[in-house]
Design a binder for this molecule. Structure first.
Ligand SMILES: [Cu+2]
Length: 144
């Protein structure tokens, strides 16, 4: 009789653990788009990162096969209103809080494009996260 109860408790514990596993979400990239640009120019890509997991993550870098380099930048205005861009080593993506990459703020700069980016085309970026690892994103080229 006692052993039956133990087995039941173990079963219940297993069910609870798997239920928790299913409830915790994942890290997703929404609304990815890039500005149209020509070969040799710099392009810019934007998206929203939603971290549905239970722990903070960090975007460590981006790679792309259509540019010499892909860098994470933050645009900012100084006291005189002059815009500049600062390269980011890592961008923290808090659990449950979306981080928006948008014109005038965070963006992925595609340095020295090796092909044209025409409206309607799709390019691929690989985002590297500290915890989640690599996430491949389809990015639509469109006018802002
Ligand atoms: Cu930039």
């Amino acid at each position: 009789m006692k052993s039956k109860i133990v087995i039941f408790v173990l079963l219940l514990a297993t069910l609870l653990v798997s239920a928790c596993g299913a409830a915790s979400g994942e890290l997703t990239i929404q609304d990815a788009w890039a500005r149209p640009a020509n070969t040799g120019e710099n392009g810019a890509a934007y998206f929203i990162i939603e971290n549905g997991t239970a722990s903070d993550d960090s975007l460590m870098g981006v790679s792309s096969d259509i540019a010499t380099a892909a860098e994470v930048h933050m645009s900012m205005a100084d006291a005189n209103g002059v815009m500049s861009m600062q390269m980011q080593d890592a961008v923290i993506i808090p659990a449950g809080e979306p981080v928006e990459f948008k014109p005038g703020g965070l963006h992925v700069m595609l340095v020295n494009l090796t092909r044209d980016l025409k409206p309607g085309e799709t390019i691929t970026l690989t985002l590297n996260f500290k915890e989640t690892g690599n996430v491949v994103v389809e990015v639509l080229v469109k006018e802002p």
